[in-house]
Design a protein around this ligand. Structure first.
Ligand code: SF4
Length: 129
């Protein structure tokens, strides 16, 4: 069984219950379409530790979250819709903090994939330079 995790934006989570991500996961649609017919489990749904005026007290806790992905054998971390914000040209741009977390996940041996739901969710492996 493949273990999947979803990484979300802390700020957005203040007003988002994660229903779009979970619907797409349960339906094996949008960012999860490629898993149709596969035995998969949603093993984690976590957030970054924030930025700007919305930061969690325990900033070091992000280290534990990253380590837990590797320790628990997560096969794929999908970056949620909310981790990218549209620029002036309406093109989604991945949050730099999430980029950094993604690099560290890859370095820890955990693969990162694009998207959960929404028209831009490809579900493809992300290679972040
Ligand atoms: S660091 Fe990025 S993903 Fe995290 S709360 Fe801030 S904008 Fe959202």
């Amino acid at each position: 069984m493949k273990k999947i995790a979803i990484l979300r934006c802390l700020k957005t989570s203040a007003a988002c219950a994660g229903t779009g991500c979970l619907r797409a996961f349960n339906e094996r649609s949008e960012g999860f379409k490629k898993y149709a017919g596969e035995d998969i489990q949603l093993a984690a749904m976590w957030t970054c530790n924030g930025c700007g005026d919305s930061m969690l007290e325990d900033q070091e806790g992000i280290e534990k979250k990253i380590a837990r992905m590797a320790k628990n054998g997560i096969d794929a971390v999908h970056l949620s819709h909310c981790t990218s914000k549209k620029n002036a040209d309406e093109v989604p741009v991945l949050c730099p903090t999430i980029k950094n977390i993604s690099r560290r996940l890859e370095a820890a041996g955990v693969a990162v994939y694009d998207g959960t739901h929404g028209q831009h969710a490809t579900g493809e492996r992300l290679v972040i330079e």
